[in-house]
Design a protein around this ligand. Structure first.
Ligand SMILES: N[C@H](Cc1ccc(I)cc1)C(=O)NO
Ligand SMILES: [Zn+2]
Ligand SMILES: [Zn+2]
Length: 292
């Protein structure tokens, strides 16, 4: 069962989450490259530059490491930042989003695929939670891992490679949260919990976290109908995963996978992504602070 009993730590950290930082990261990722496709120079550079910026956020903390996960059959690497747990480092809490972008019409070296919502928004949301946890000096009991997956758009391939590796090595991942598309508010609801290819007990925990820490937010649920993002890679390997999404299926961002998936289409702000960044921080601290 999931306890929600770390208000003393979570509440002050939540107030440090800033929309302007999330917006800046979405801007950088969606305009800094023509595309972030898993086989192009833009896709490779985006991975390398994200690793560099996460290393900068890590600063001099000796309990933090940044690595790139090499995938043998394509050039874009996934990026992983780890904050090692203090008393229970063998238990791992994972939060992820995907780094790559795509054009439905086909993607080559010069394609314009900004992927601002899909999924710069998810990476930016988790990165802002990471920044606050790192700069505050917060030390989790369990290990926290932040992941920017490669090659999600071409079959959840980066997360599948990582989840398979973790399973083969018997790594104890206690929970996974996926952030894919967090910044387009297609409906009046704030957070839509995806119920297929996810874990119902953890989904309830995430809903309870929203009710406890973000009580003004409207939370509902919906199905994807297929393995629609990286949470499915973890679920398929027997891990516990949840996927809070930007809107019900019927109201999701219709501009994804086109050259019009830009920050401008979300009002040039990250107000919606801000909610997911706060939810992510609450998830990481509540699950990361458990001694067992
Ligand atoms: N198909 C997914 C986006 C997506 C995810 C959930 C729902 I509901 C609708 C759409 C994708 O492109 N992920 O990169
Ligand atoms: Zn996506
Ligand atoms: Zn997509």
């Amino acid at each position: 069962s999931y306890a929600i009993d770390n208000d003393a730590e979570v509440t002050p950290l939540l107030s440090q989450i800033q929309e302007s930082n999330i917006r800046a990261t979405i801007e950088q990722l969606s305009t800094g490259y023509k595309n972030r496709y898993y086989t192009t120079s833009g896709g490779v550079s985006a991975s390398d530059q994200l690793a560099a910026s996460w290393r900068a956020l890590a600063g001099s903390r000796t309990d933090v490491t940044v690595s790139q996960f090499t995938h043998p059959s394509w050039p874009q690497k996934s990026v992983i930042l780890e904050i090692k747990g203090t008393t229970n480092p063998g238990k791992i809490v994972v939060i992820g989003g995907h780094l790559d972008s795509i054009l439905l019409s086909g993607t080559n070296e010069n394609s314009i695929a900004p992927g601002a919502d899909d999924d710069a928004s998810g990476v930016a949301s988790l990165q802002e939670a990471m920044r606050v946890l790192l700069s505050s000096g917060y030390k989790p009991k369990r290990t926290l891992q932040f992941m920017a997956y490669a090659a999600e758009e071409v079959g959840l391939r980066g997360s599948q490679g990582i989840a398979t590796d973790y399973k083969n090595k018997g790594k104890k991942v206690v929970g996974v949260l996926q952030l894919d598309m967090t910044n387009y508010q297609g409906s009046s609801s704030d957070i839509t919990m995806i119920t297929d290819y996810t874990n119902s007990a953890q989904n309830k925990f995430v809903k309870d976290l929203a009710a406890h820490y973000l009580p003004t937010l409207k939370v509902n649920e919906d199905r994807c109908g297929y393995a629609c993002s990286d949470h499915a890679s973890w679920t398929n390997k027997g891990y516990v995963a949840s996927f809070p999404f930007e809107a019900p299926l019927a109201n999701d961002n219709k501009l994804i996978h086109t050259s019009n998936d830009t920050l401008a289409k979300s009002g040039n702000n990250a107000n919606h992504a801000l909610k997911f960044s706060k939810l992510a921080l609450a998830y990481l601290v509540e699950l990361g602070s458990d001694g067992k």
